[in-house]
Design a protein around this ligand. Sequence first.
Ligand code: GLU
Length: 453
Amino acid sequence: MSNLDVNRLSDTLRPVFQAVLDHNPEQNEFHQAVYEVLLTIAPLVEKKPEYADLAIFDRIVEPERQIIFRVPWADDAKRIHVNRGFRVQFNSAIGPYKGGLRFHPSVNLSIIKFLGFEQVFKNALTGLPIGGGKGGSDFDPKGKSDAEIMRFCQSFMAELSRHIGPDTDVPAGDIGVGGREIGYLFGQYKRLANRFDAGVITGKGLDWGGSFARTEATGYGLVYFAEEMLKTRSTSFDGKKVVVSGSGNVAIYASEKAQQLGATVLAVSDSSGYIVDEAGIDLELLKEIKEVRRGRVSDYVEQRTDARFISSGSIWDVPCDIALPCATQNELPLEGAKSLIANGVTLVAEGANMPTTPDAIEALQAAGVAYAPGKASNAGGVATSALEMQQNSGRTQWSFDETDSKLHQIMVNIHHTAIETADEYGVEGDYVAAANLAGFVKVADTMVSYGLI
Ligand code: GLU
């Protein structure tokens, strides 16, 4: 990536990053994720000399294991297709590998590695005992029949099943993998293993080991975290104008919670464009379009004639107080950040993973916008997955309210950790540095305890 300046890294960390560049050519997203962490953890080089002595920096950027496999499947016309499957088991220092599966045509090793790397620190921040991993496929679920999705998921799991387990590696959903896919994946795992290992995958249906509030958790958790950020500025969601990119699970439930707290959600988007509804997005309609019909946001304006669908331009041009990028990586570039700043945005919190480009983050921070990285603000999804694992171990199921209040407390705790860490390292107001430092120290100290493995 052209805007990753190696010279800004400290003398100890520059060769670590150079080795990442040399060993992983063309993996731009992975480079970006590693660079951001190395740039912000510089204070640890002096504070924790054992990290360099024990090559913790070099070890932590190398996945423990990377699996790439063939996924053959037949479409409804009996034509055979071959996709590529991935599972990157990045770090298991503090618990079994944990992280979602993404099915999207853009998926490649770089994307799965950046997601797996970020997951390591995000999961550490939750305060729960989960390591980091990520997987997926370049399979495109768009336009596929249920039967095709099922056959793909079964073929994918035929190989993945050898590598996962409730105490080894616990996948879940991500882009393109929701309740339907988790059902097909878990059913196939159960058949192959001949065991009802409920804790082998999270995001399950409520009748077969799933957790209440898991569907809502990433979006709700994002808003709980943003609410804590707003409190530090003596304000709240009440009366605020909010723009949310994306229209998947994270975007829908972030919008729902923001509305419950008195905000107006003006806009949401998908890859074809964005819709603006000045009266506030009608979430029942949006859920029906996206979750039931599996349609496009443009369908919304057919039923809400006051709303507009815009297929060109950028959702970040819609004036708002709060922006929640909840679609995908690098969806909020510098121009978008400039436009948000010009229109008076006060807070940006990430629901997606790495949606804001490095130059956009710097612009937002320089303008005094409160900015939260996904590692902290979207950790509610995986945290509730860990709560699902706890329920599975105890063969129990908690109520919605009980689970939601645990989620809320976890997000409050992550925010508290970020504030304390920022204070400790003298980086007040910098949630990026605080999240990276807090997550990194926890994993690195554990790796030190284990010796050289
Ligand atoms: N894919 C989600 C994330 O990015 C959730 C992972 C999980 O629940 O394991 O954190």
